[in-house]
Design a protein around this ligand. Structure first.
Ligand code: GLN
Length: 499
């Protein structure tokens, strides 16, 4: 490949950028400037960033160039990235897309961010999202909705919608997102990029602002599986500051990309093709599974009978954990405080109440109330305890099928990107968008979203699900598919449309 023109550098994948940087054919300052110019050119159309850290990015890029010149480079040295605004960044506002934390500036980096910074990756800014990660469309951001680069009248998915939209639009070579019930995979699917939710505990949650601690996981969104492998390599591994992080050694993920899936036993869960799904999604995902069979996978139908309970179970467990985690926002220690609004004439209890009333958006309040109800005395056994029992059944379902197959293939979502405003009045319709992603979080499994075609001009994602710690395996299936197809290389035209 010849060296691209400076103005085209934003089009590079992580792997291409890494190679050109290492060969000193381009500098990180040039690459970073090209990405910042791309953000300036397109972000008024998609609103993928809450904060753009241009000065910090240029500084970090200059440092990366010095490091490369000194022969001290890692694969991500000098490669720009966007960070979801749910991950703490030292000295840079981390709002969680909430009024509650609109002014919050952390004094430390989340471990996943710190590891990328240690490698010399360059931070372009912070990604828009649903408030505290609660939502499926990025419409629950307290600041503004993000728009889908394929059709700016539609949502990018969520909650990591800013991350997926940025990568799809070339406004970041890669992004770090988080996934509690689908928030990496579903926006990746809606925007036509590749996303990976690692095994629970594979990546440290230290510095990730907690939503539902037993489900939250950090992972990459990028153009393809090979790029995801490079990013996962940098962020995975045990962290003494996260008691739930796994001690298992981190394999070489790029080495796992053999491009060979002959003999792979691939299960297709019947329950993931339920009635009511978009026929275009069904046809596209089915064609992708046929392609995997043509590449050597042995495809067989399997059953995950507890799938139908997963949504109800998730919407007890996630809000319960949310209500406990978000109790800390009382206007006393940090974050928005009603009293600091110049209305210091109320007593302590009223100040706390008003702080939460004004600081949280409607969906976050709904989750807190649902959770507080499910955990309350007299209801705990009927709801929370029952949901935990169902969670065990869901886990057992997956464990059973992984005795017969090596991985599962399914849709990411039953639908494609929907129009902005289409589901905001009906929370249950919004929740249903994640019906095929959240069982994976309940079981703590790794899963990916891989672009596999279009339905009515909108991207469709193929979901690949593996048993614990099989990220290398999933990345290889996705990589093999991407070697044979070009869906992941399609780029949106980003239509102009008023906000
Ligand atoms: N849409 C789901 C929810 O609102 C999942 C969000 C996520 O994964 N953070 O809880």
């Amino acid at each position: 490949m010849s060296t691209p023109a400076a103005s085209d550098l934003w089009q590079l994948s992580v792997a291409e950028a890494s190679r050109l940087l290492a060969n000193r054919e381009i500098s990180s300052v040039e690459l970073t400037d090209a990405c910042l110019e791309r953000i300036a050119a397109v972000d008024d159309r998609i609103s993928a960033y809450i904060t753009v850290t241009a000065d910090i990015a240029r500084q970090q890029a200059a440092d990366a160039d010095r490091r490369i010149a000194a022969g001290d480079a890692s694969p991500l040295t000098g490669v720009p990235m966007q960070i979801k605004d749910l991950l703490c960044t030292n000295g840079v506002a981390t709002t969680c897309a909430s009024r509650m934390l609109a002014e919050y500036v952390p004094v430390y980096d989340a471990t996943a961010v710190a590891r990328l910074r240690e490698q010399g990756a360059v931070m372009l800014g912070k990604g828009n999202m649903d408030e505290f990660g609660m939502g499926s469309s990025t419409e629950n951001s307290a600041f503004f909705p993000t728009r889908n680069p394929w059709d700016t009248s539609r949502v990018p998915g969520g909650s990591s919608g800013g991350s997926a939209a940025a990568v799809a639009a070339g406004a970041a070579p890669f992004a770090l997102g988080t996934d509690t019930g689908g928030s990496i995979r579903q926006p990746a699917s809606f925007c036509g990029v590749t996303g990976l939710k690692p095994t629970y505990g594979r990546v440290s949650r230290y510095g990730l602002v907690a939503y539902a601690s037993s489900l939250d996981q950090v992972g990459p969104l990028a153009r393809d599986a090979a790029d995801c492998a490079l990013i996962l390599q940098a962020i995975a591994g045990h962290d003494p500051r996260d008691a739930t992080s796994l001690p298992d050694p981190v394999p070489d993920y790029s080495a796992a990309l053999t491009g060979d899936i002959k003999g792979l036993r691939l299960g297709v869960p019947r329950e993931y093709f339920a009635e009511g799904m978009d026929p275009g999604v069904r046809a596209t995902v089915t064609a992708a599974i046929d392609q995997l069979a043509a590449l050597g996978a042995e495809v067989r139908e399997v059953s995950l009978p507890t799938t139908e309970y997963a949504l109800a179970c998730y919407y007890i467990i996630a809000p319960s954990e949310c209500s406990a985690n978000l109790a800390r926002y009382d206007g006393v220690k940090y974050g928005y405080s009603y009293q600091d609004d110049g209305r210091g004439d109320v007593d302590m209890w009223e100040a706390m109440e008003r702080t939460r009333q004004h600081g949280f958006g409607p969906e976050v309040k709904r989750r807190i109330m649902l959770g507080a109800f499910a955990l309350s005395s007299g209801y705990y056994d009927a709801y929370y305890h029952k949901a935990q029992q169902v969670r065990t059944l869901i886990r057992q379902d997956f464990a059973r099928v992984f005795e017969e197959v090596d991985a599962l293939a399914a849709p990411v979502s039953p639908v494609t990107a929907f129009p902005i405003g289409d589901r905001t009045d009906d929370p249950v319709r919004m929740y249903l968008v994640d019906v095929y992603t959240l069982p994976v979080n309940m079981a703590g499994l790794p899963a990916m979203s891989v672009p596999c075609g279009f339905s009515d001009g909108l991207p469709v994602g193929l979901q690949l699900i593996g048993s614990h710690l099989t990220e290398g395996h999933l990345l290889n299936i996705a990589h093999t598919y991407q070697q044979a197809t070009e869906w992941h290389q399609q780029r949106p035209g980003i239509p102009h449309r008023g906000r």
